[in-house]
Write a protein that binds this ligand. Structure first.
Ligand SMILES: [Zn+2]
Length: 382
């Protein structure tokens, strides 16, 4: 296991992109790769200066946290929600859902499996090597989780010629992610985080037909318990026997709108028993938002598991008070033990390139508040 300072500060992954980078990404400008390198380094420098202990590249090479795979994996077609509307079974329902959830149909893209999946370049390994060259700090690399990827990429009318069932696609998704995880672990990447935001929806939506835009393809009659068991199975197949890196999962309730009313709500209560069955070392969860419930329930996780405790909200302008953050962390440590707790925002600051949840300036101040809280805890002042 990598050695980390006490109360390490980290991020969930993404950082707001500059308008120039977004424009260059859209028109696939010839200088795009150089701009991406520079943007990753700019994000790294902000994190280092703010006092972040485990750094990321700010996902500056990505349009969103999972769509970027279509540039690196043959068989994925990256479609906008507007494109996808033509193919989902319940068009009217999907359109109404996008409106209700405040998702502009043009601005968010999704990978759809339209052929046999095959990596044509490393998914993230090169990105890790690039960052390693530029920092001595522990590195976190993020990847979409196996359940999210399987569920969001299988659209019957487009996928079934190659993958007659979603489970067959899931087998290839696991292979793809596992090969990458092994490579990262062998190269000494300190933390590999799988993002599984769709899990909360299963627990809150129950057997109703409501679901988030990311999972347009889910059959309306799907059984949440069966889906959660499938998510556990996929994750355990993916991580089985891999050591040398902190195998981590981030689960939140959506990060595409500042209107808390349209994001999912509900605590992690029902999910914790499923988390506990995943052979993971760490769970990165949001607790700055009141929608998350009582952190005391984290006692239900295995006693060896670390918790990435979300203590600043990426969707507000207000900068959280370091003293209040540190007190909350200290209270959680009473239940979990201090060696198991990391400090992070609830989610990324720019999950979707065109829908950043904050400016880089506010994001930087929030990271500084986390680092200040960590110093108060390390010194024993709180
Ligand atoms: Zn998130």
């Amino acid at each position: 296991m990598p050695s980390l300072p006490p109360f390490p500060v980290t991020t969930v992954g993404s950082w707001p992109r500059t308008p120039e980078l977004i424009r260059a990404t859209k028109r696939k400008a010839p200088e795009l790769e150089a701009m991406r390198d520079e943007a990753c380094l700019a994000s790294l420098r902000v994190q280092e200066a703010a006092g972040v202990d485990i750094v990321t590249d700010g996902e500056q090479r990505r349009d969103n946290f999972f769509s970027f795979l279509s540039e690196r994996v043959e068989g994925f077609d990256c479609m906008s929600m507007a494109d996808l509307l033509d193919h989902v079974e319940d068009k009217a329902g999907f359109e109404a859902l996008l409106q209700t959830l405040d998702v502009p149909a043009y601005s968010i893209r999704n990978n759809v499996a339209v052929g046999k999946l095959r990596a044509i370049k490393p998914l993230v390994f090169d990105d890790f090597l690039f960052l390693r060259k530029h920092t001595d700090k522990p590195i976190k690399v993020t990847l979409p989780g196996p359940y999210l990827l399987t569920r969001s990429a299988w659209v019957q009318s487009l996928s079934s010629a190659t993958y007659p069932t979603r489970e067959e696609l899931g087998d290839d998704v696991v292979k793809l992610l596992r090969a990458e995880l092994i490579q990262l672990a062998e190269a000494g990447c300190e933390v590999v985080q799988f993002d599984e935001p769709a899990l909360t929806e299963l627990s809150f939506a129950g057997k109703s037909n409501t679901h988030t835009f990311m999972c347009a393809a889910l059959a309306a009659n799907a059984d949440p318990e069966g889906e959660l068991n499938y998510a556990v199975e996929l994750m355990n197949r993916l991580v089985e026997g891999v050591t040398g890196t902190l195998k981590s999962m981030h689960v939140c309730r959506g990060n595409w709108s500042r209107d808390e009313g349209v994001l999912l709500s509900g605590s992690y209560d029902e999910l914790i028993p499923y988390f506990a069955r995943m052979n993971l070392d760490m769970f990165v969860l949001e607790y700055a938002t009141e929608r998350a419930g009582d952190p005391a329930l984290l006692k239900g996780l295995p006693s060896s598991a670390h918790v990435g405790f979300g203590v600043v909200n990426p969707r507000t302008d207000e900068i959280e008070d370091p003293v209040a953050i540190a007190r909350r962390v200290r209270a959680l440590c009473e239940d979990l033990g201090h060696e198991r707790v990391q400090l992070n925002p609830d989610c990324g600051f720019g999950t979707f390139a065109e829908r950043p949840m904050n400016t880089a300036e506010v994001a930087r101040k929030k990271l500084e508040a986390l680092a200040q809280a960590s110093r108060l805890l390390r010194s024993g002042e709180i």
